[in-house]
Design a binder for this molecule. Structure first.
Ligand code: NAD
Length: 320
């Protein structure tokens, strides 16, 4: 099998390559050429960790495998980021393990690429202000990917832990954009596109906060019980997601569905917009993309990185 070490990923994988891989796999999912397996995600009762497996099979690209790992909130004391994962790819013809790929940077890149796909296809025309809710590890990747697909003129941001806002200010500076820390009502009123990427378990952005024509990429909720948005806000939006089954089970839309405010049928796979089957935003004032993070995203970026590593001689061969 081939091993691509975590330390090699930064030199191999670009945000552009991640974007292309994610847009393509969303398109394949909407054509029923690729499907995700049910997610296993468990609170293991140790170090407050959430651990699990996300897998799938892309019959068009013949990509088969899984990502194992999760979220360890106390990892700072070990000098590690909170997300830790590894992607395993298997030969779709024989079942033999084909590759093990460091999954940490890839997770950030594929998650940022997913919200960027939604922004590219669903942002209101002439959107100028990007609003960031969340200032953790993922937030910088999110801002970079959003700025790559849309010409924003300003970034505004809010975080439940204000001391972390320097990350948003520094990232905006890297992108040559002005940054302002604001409260949530200001963010909801002024941002044309909002990305939420926190570990919240209760709504942060309320219905009354969002007053204009807006697209929201809700990226933080990837587990049962997590929640960033007011269900009333969800109820009045045009709804999109990576995968409907995952959205209503562990994504942001789980709450509005459980409260009977929206029907599963009202949620569209973003791949249908990519494929031109669904018109996308249309005349909607508010669109929300529920980015739950599917296994096929991990496999798509891992497959891309294995090819790049082979081409550059950076994939180690190991007998198993
Ligand atoms: P991080 O630990 O680096 O940062 C956590 C962020 O959430 C910070 O903004 C922090 O202020 C905020 N936060 C922490 N506890 C909170 C609470 N109780 N209530 C509200 N906010 C809180 O994490 P990260 O790597 O930036 O990831 C952020 C979130 O994104 C996590 O919940 C993670 O599970 C999720 N995530 C989702 C996907 C996906 O595909 N959808 C992929 C990766 C990460």
């Amino acid at each position: 099998m081939l091993v691509v070490a975590e330390r090699e990923i930064a030199g191999l994988m670009t945000p552009e390559a991640a974007y292309d891989a994610i847009e393509a796999v969303f398109a394949a999912m909407a054509k029923d050429q690729a499907y995700n397996f049910p997610v296993v995600r468990e609170a293991i009762g140790h170090e407050d960790a959430l651990y699990g497996f996300k897998g799938g099979f892309d019959g068009a690209a013949l990509t088969l495998g899984l990502k194992a790992g999760g979220y360890w909130p106390q990892n700072q004391k070990h000098g590690l980021i909170n997300h830790q994962s590894t992607v395993f790819l298997f030969d779709a013809d024989t079942g033999r393990v084909a590759a093990a790929v460091g999954g940490n940077l890839l997770t950030a890149l594929r998650t940022a690429a997913a919200s960027a796909v939604s922004i590219r296809y669903l942002a209101p025309k002439g959107a100028k202000v990007l609003g960031m809710i969340g200032a953790g590890h993922q937030s910088a990747f999110q801002m970079h990917a959003a700025a790559r697909v849309h010409g924003f003129e300003k970034v505004i941001g809010w975080n439940p832990h204000p001391e972390m806002l320097t990350r948003l200010a520094d990232t905006a500076t890297e992108l040559g954009l002005p940054f302002e820390a604001v409260d949530l009502p200001t963010l909801g009123a002024e941002a044309d596109v909002i990305i939420s990427i926190t570990s919240a378990f209760s709504p942060l952005l309320l219905d009354a906060h969002v007053t204009g024509t807006t697209h929201i990429a809700a990226m933080g909720t990837d587990t049962k019980g997590k929640q960033e948005l007011d269900p009333a806000l969800v109820a009045r939006a045009r709804l999109f997601t990576d995968e409907v089954a995952q959205s209503v089970a562990i994504g942001e839309f789980q709450h509005a569905v459980a409260q009977g405010l929206i029907a599963e049928e009202a949620i569209t796979q973003i791949g249908a917009v990519v494929n031109g089957i669904h018109p996308g935003r249309g005349d909607a004032a508010l669109t929300i993309f529920d980015g739950t993070g599917v296994g096929l995203q991990d496999l798509a970026v891992a497959q891309a990185v294995v090819k790049l590593a082979q081409a550059k001689g950076l994939a180690q061969k190991v007998e198993i």
